[in-house]
Design a protein around this ligand. Structure first.
Ligand code: S3P
Length: 432
């Protein structure tokens, strides 16, 4: 385990290009593996999580060629995934674990076992098992709900599935399974969540329709995708954004960031807190499913912040950035409250517990609630030691806290950032 000491920064200046998007990279590799013709992927994220996905699709029969400027994936088609001779290791990647079964469920009569690291083994899969069973697949999970678990494919039935939680992973799993069902499948979300799968399926020639909270996908014989371009990751960009807002005198430009409306909830929360982040953000889309991802540069200026309340409908649009909202709250005037975010307990760590314990250890005033937290701003953080608990976003949160703190922060387990942002500490160093 690597412990890194991060000292307070004087000010942060300059520009950087955040790593490319983890969510979109996972989807690109899986869809390319499901396609019949070769797919070129530009900007595929080179990080631990997305490398797990490349290994997984290779084991299922896809050929992945790494070239200088891109990846070329030759897939097996929708129904011809190979059965590997041992379980597929998803590593730390929850998105891989929840999306891939949507494809595996279509492999009639064949069984696939998925397993992962210690964190993955505490993350539930019953949320995907239920709709896949309704569609006709078999799913056998440890204790009925945890990995390792086995998916046995079938000729799938189309369904209308109402998601019990606003989860883009579960929605995406059902939409992938829907491709080989015997008719059109509809998923109803309780609140909007990231829509990368819908956009990429539309780009692959699939009929995808949105009607308010309902998304309908028609079955198809094949995916036709020649090229996927992966934009910068808004969730990774959120860490330098938070540092730029908090370290006095900072001014940063982040290049090439995905500004899909379903991913920019954090920027909207920041704006409400008085933070200055300027960019060409996508407006809330109507029902049309656009087959592309919008990109913009973001310009960040440090300044005073005020507390805010994050309501349950906003949670899925900023789910991975809520730990940073807690950090900003420590520096803001007044109270910052996050409600309706019980899903945080099921992430790479229990992010309500790890964020509250971590920020308290640095001098923050923060209380956990059943579904979020309440932070009282006290003008900043002293410093101390924070543990990543093997959670990439906790590690980077600790480093940003260190830059903005009065005395510096030691981050235990900084190497967890490899999961989504391997160059994180180098990027930070370049801004000092
Ligand atoms: C993701 C969706 C979110 C998010 C995760 C990535 C995705 O999870 O927390 O990091 O790529 O679909 P849920 O959909 O389960 O909330």
């Amino acid at each position: 385990m690597t412990t890194v000491r991060v000292n307070p920064a004087q000010r942060l200046r300059g520009e950087l290009r955040p790593p490319t998007d983890k969510s979109i990279s996972h989807r690109a590799a899986i869809l390319a593996a499901m396609a019949a013709e070769p797919v070129r992927i530009r900007g595929y994220l080179d990080a631990a999580d997305t490398n797990s996905t490349l290994r997984a699709v290779r084991r299922l029969g896809a050929i992945v060629q790494m070239r200088t400027d891109d990846l070329l994936v030759r897939g097996t088609g929708l129904r011809d995934a190979v059965v590997p001779d041992s379980p597929i290791d998803v590593g730390n990647a929850g998105t891989l674990m929840r999306l891939l079964p949507g494809w595996l469920a279509a492999q009639a009569g064949r069984s696939y076992t998925l397993d992962g690291d210690a964190s993955i083994r505490r993350r539930p899969v019953d949320r995907i098992a239920e709709p896949l069973r309704l569609m006709g697949a078999e799913v056998d999970a440890t204790d009925g709900r945890l990995p390792p678990f086995t998916v046995t494919g079938a000729q799938l039935r189309s369904i209308h599935y109402e998601l019990p939680v606003a989860s883009a992973q579960v929605k995406s799993c059902v939409l992938l399974a829907a491709l080989t069902a015997d008719g059109a499948t509809t998923v109803t979300e309780p609140a909007p969540s990231r829509d990368h799968t819908e956009r990429m399926l539309a780009a692959a020639g699939v009929s995808v329709h949105r009607n308010g909270r309902h998304v309908t996908v028609a079955n198809t014989d094949e995916l036709t995708l020649e090229e996927i371009v992966v934009p910068g990751d808004a969730s990774s960009a959120a860490f330098p954004i938070a540092a730029g807002l908090l370290v006095p005198g900072s001014r940063l430009v982040l290049r090439g960031v995905n500004v899909n409306w379903t991913r920019t909830g954090f920027v909207r929360i920041v704006e409400r807190m008085g933070g200055i982040v300027i960019g060409d953000l996508e407006d809330e889309p109507g029902d049309e499913v656009v087959p592309r991802e919008p990109i913009s540069d973001l310009d960040v200026t440090a300044g005073p912040l005020v507390g805010t309340v994050v309501e349950p409908e906003e949670v899925p649009l900023a789910i991975d950035e809520l730990p940073l909202v807690a950090l900003l709250g420590c520096f803001a005037e007044g109270e910052t409250v996050v409600r309706g975010a019980q899903e945080l307990r099921l992430k790479e760590s229990d992010r309500i517990a790890t964020v509250v314990d971590g920020l308290r250890a640095l001098g923050g005033t923060i209380e956990a609630t059943a579904d979020g937290f309440v932070v009282t701003g006290t003008g900043g953080l002293g410093g101390g030691r924070i543990a990543s608990h093997g959670d990439h976003r906790l590690a980077m949160l600790g480093a940003v806290a260190g830059l903005a703190s009065r005395e510096g922060v030691e981050v235990g387990g900084m190497e967890a950032s490899e999961v989504s942002y391997p160059r994180f500490m180098d990027d930070v160093a370049r801004l000092m």
